[in-house]
Design a protein around this ligand. Structure first.
Ligand code: SAM
Ligand code: SF4
Length: 503
């Protein structure tokens, strides 16, 4: 089948139309501009009431988010940062979940002006991994200690849904000897182009965890400008990608916007309206929200010259506003950002991040081959989508977080016990999931320290574990039923070499 014939059959208009309400999109530019206009000069009393609502783990209304966006007073901002962290602690405790991205292919039919993979970028070295190579890459990732992966693809007939499903199945097959037993990937998430419900069902059957699609920009005119051709030029096909995933049975979906393409205030409002529409149509919002900032990419003028680039201070503010607006939704900060900034925004409420990241196609295996010749930070602009800001290894980031009293979680239990979709959202909203997760975070952290950590990380990590154990033993919730007893039993079993036991 030719690429042109494939392109012709990807978009199914009826799988857009079915989600429109009265023929309209959930993104109404006029409404967003009105919200933003009316949010000017917010009353501090009103802002403090809004913070109380976030602390009650309730999603904010657009008028409330717009008010937060317009806060100028530095003292009030300090209160907002502190509330962001408090909200995170209430829902997610002091956990950070780690994952590793795996780029399987940079073949792409689209022309996104900000991306190194765009079809007209002749500098890009094109490559698609075969299944042996997918397994090799997985082995390298597992050897670092990772348990979660997100697979990423350009949009191309050679990396269609069948290829993706194959990649997912091959990743789950890989087992790599660890100090005790073996390591493996226990959850495979996917970041890929919008698909039809039929194709999404193939990913569901292959065992996908979360399906992630970033809208890039919610602003239609900007969207058209930065996606001048190809399948991605269809704004609505993308806008309802997560709706189709829900209909395909994938109830953990992940939204995001690429910050730097248009006004960050508009994008924050767009993300909120997206979450609200999913809640309205499916009873559940996105599992996570991402806010990648546009970073330099091969041959892309826009990535260094956009007038909408977001500075560090504004970035921290927008992450805080998202934390407060959707208190129970996971927030992902990636290795696009430098270490110092990652630390800052983790403090205001992020729940997931990556480390040891390689985004060149075949990058993990390459790095192993030339381990002694190449600096850890070396990156080839023409073989990857963009340039990373933080190339530190997982062990280093885990240690840094442990020093900040944050526990690294490799937990994938919720997903495997059916705590997904509306079930997990219910638990998150009532702050109960955080408790299960705390136990599983401790168990998986213990596993990591035993199997992969350097002596320095192990020393810092063990100290943190002692603190966590003391806390768990003192919290009445855990004394219910056999919860604490089971946990103590599992912890002991992990210490003596058993793996993958969870609450
Ligand atoms: N091709 C699929 C798509 O476009 O949905 C898969 C995603 S793409 C490989 C992953 C994400 O990377 C994009 O959705 C975009 O938000 C982000 N991205 C692209 N270029 C970027 C850049 N220069 N800096 C930071 N993030 C970028
Ligand atoms: Fe292709 Fe995705 Fe890059 Fe656009 S962002 S050029 S669709 S890989």
């Amino acid at each position: 089948q030719s690429t042109a014939a494939w392109i012709d059959q990807v978009i199914k208009q009826e799988e857009i139309d079915k989600y429109l309400i009265n023929g309209k999109d959930f993104i109404d530019e006029g409404k967003i501009l009105k919200n933003l206009e009316e949010g000017h000069n917010p009353d501090p009393v009103k802002i403090r009431e809004i913070l109380q609502k976030s602390l009650a783990i309730e999603r904010l209304d657009p008028e409330e988010t717009a008010a937060l966006i317009h806060v100028k007073d530095p003292d009030l901002w300090e209160e907002m940062y502190a509330t962001g962290l408090e909200v995170k602690r209430k829902v997610y405790d002091n956990r950070i979940v780690f994952f590793a991205p795996l780029y399987c292919s940079n073949l792409c039919v689209n022309s996104c002006v900000y991306c190194g993979f765009r079809t007209d970028n002749t500098r890009e070295k094109r490559r698609i991994l075969n299944m042996d190579e997918v397994q090799d890459e997985t082995r390298a990732v597992v050897s670092e200690g990772h348990k979660r992966m997100i697979v990423v693809f350009g949009e191309h007939p050679l990396s269609d849904a069948d290829y993706m499903a194959d990649a997912i199945k091959n990743i789950y097959k890989v087992k790599v000897p660890a100090r005790s037993g073996y390591g493996e990937i226990r959850r495979v998430n996917v970041n890929a182009a919008p698909m039809s419900i039929g194709d999404l069902k193939k990913l569901w059957e292959a065992g996908i965890g979360t399906y992630q699609v970033f809208q890039e920009t919610y602003h239609k005119e900007t969207y058209a400008r930065v996606h001048p051709a190809g399948l991605k030029a269809n704004y609505r096909w993308r806008l309802y990608a997560l709706h189709r995933a829900m209909d395909a049975g994938i109830d953990d979906v992940a939204a995001g916007a690429l910050f730097g393409l248009y006004d960050w205030k508009f994008e924050v409002m767009g993300l909120l309206y997206h979450a609200m529409d999913l809640e309205q149509q499916f009873g559940i919002g996105p599992h996570t929200i991402s806010f990648p900032r546009m970073t330099p990419a091969s041959g892309s003028w826009l990535t260094t010259h956009s007038p909408w680039k977001v500075d560090d201070d504004t970035f921290k503010k927008l992450v805080t506003i998202l934390r407060l607006s959707v208190p129970y939704t996971g927030l992902i900060i990636t290795a696009r950002e430098r270490a110092e900034l990652r630390r800052e925004v983790i403090k205001v409420g992020c729940t997931q991040t990556d480390a040891s990241t390689k985004i060149g196609i075949g990058g993990y295996t390459e790095a192993l081959k030339v381990l002694n010749n190449v600096q850890q930070g070396d990156q080839d602009e023409d073989a990857q989508q963009f340039i990373l800001g933080d190339t530190r290894r997982l062990d280093d980031v885990v240690r840094e977080l442990a020093e900040m009293d944050m526990i690294t979680s490799f937990c994938t239990a919720g997903y495997r016990c059916g705590r997904t979709g509306d079930k997990i959202m219910g638990l998150l909203k009532s702050c109960t999931e955080g408790k299960f997760c705390k136990l599983n975070a401790v168990l998986t952290f213990k596993e990591y320290l035993e199997d992969y950590a350097s002596p320095e990380t192990k020393a810092v990590g063990e100290k943190l574990l002692e603190k966590e154990l003391a806390e768990i033993r003192s919290i009445p919730f855990f004394k219910r039923g056999k919860l604490l007893e089971n946990f103590e039993n599992y912890y002991q079993r992990i210490s003596t070499g058993e793996r993958d036991v969870y609450i």
